[in-house]
Design a protein around this ligand. Structure first.
Ligand SMILES: Nc1nc2c(ncn2[C@@H]2O[C@H](COP(=O)(O)OP(=O)(O)OP(=O)(O)O)[C@@H](O)[C@H]2O)c(=O)[nH]1
Ligand SMILES: [Mg+2]
Length: 199
């Protein structure tokens, strides 16, 4: 699949403020700093479309990007950002879970996971929540350039094993690195199939 145009639509702080849309949406979520905004820029080929930062907690709103006037990418704020206050974290949980559970045109949730670390409780618990809510999702292991194929495969297998202890089903799993141009293809092919099936 080729992306020809990608443009910022709007930001929202809550579900009610999300733009009305008949287009299918694919949302990017994951721990703070895992590379959600970078992946959006990488897939669209537009540096700076989604704001990235080396400091965690950068994306604080739900950001919508129109892709070829056919579908929408949604950049969600990261979870697990320790420096947020308890109240801010509760607010985050409420508005992101409200979006994920109630957004009618949400076609798939990409849950991003850092490829170089073994399974983290926060990520496994989040994916478990996604499964419990019957949301269609795929796991994308990010920053694959920071690890070698063997530990990457081991981390993916360990994550799947941890998840299998808690939920049924085999998740779709992808990996990528913004430093490896070819790794876009796997993700974009998956998007194409997903749009074909559900859009
Ligand atoms: N080496 C490497 N670095 C990456 C990759 N993807 C993202 N990064 C870096 O990771 C940092 C965080 O990236 P972001 O895209 O801002 O992460 P985010 O998940 O949107 O973060 P929040 O908005 O704070 O939740 C930045 O310094 C990126 O340059 C990757 O594939 N490889
Ligand atoms: Mg971000």
């Amino acid at each position: 699949m080729k992306i020809n145009s990608a443009t910022f639509v709007t930001s929202a702080v809550e579900l009610d403020a999300c733009p009305p849309s008949s287009q299918s949406e694919i949302a990017f979520i994951g721990r703070s700093n895992v590379g959600k905004s970078s992946l959006i820029n990488f897939l669209t080929g537009k540096d700076g479309l989604a704001k990235t930062s080396s400091k965690p907690g950068h994306t604080q709103l739900i950001n919508f990007f129109d892709i070829d006037q056919k579908w929408t990418m949604v950049d969600l704020p990261g979870y697990g950002y320790a420096r947020r206050s308890k109240a801010q974290r509760a607010e985050f949980n409420e508005f992101v879970s409200d979006y994920l559970v109630n957004r009618e045109n949400l076609l798939c949730v990409f849950v991003l996971i850092d490829a170089k670390i073994p399974p983290q409780e926060l990520d496994v618990a989040f994916v478990e929540w996604i499964v419990q809510n019957e949301l269609p999702f795929a796991l994308i292991f990010t920053k694959a350039d920071k690890t070698k194929p063997q530990p990457l495969a081991a981390n993916i297998a360990a994550f799947k094993a941890e998840l299998a202890k808690r939920c049924d089903g085999e998740p779709a799993v992808l990996s990528c690195s913004v430093k490896d141009y070819k790794s876009r293809i796997g993700v974009l092919d998956f998007v194409e199939q997903t749009l074909k099936m559900g859009g």
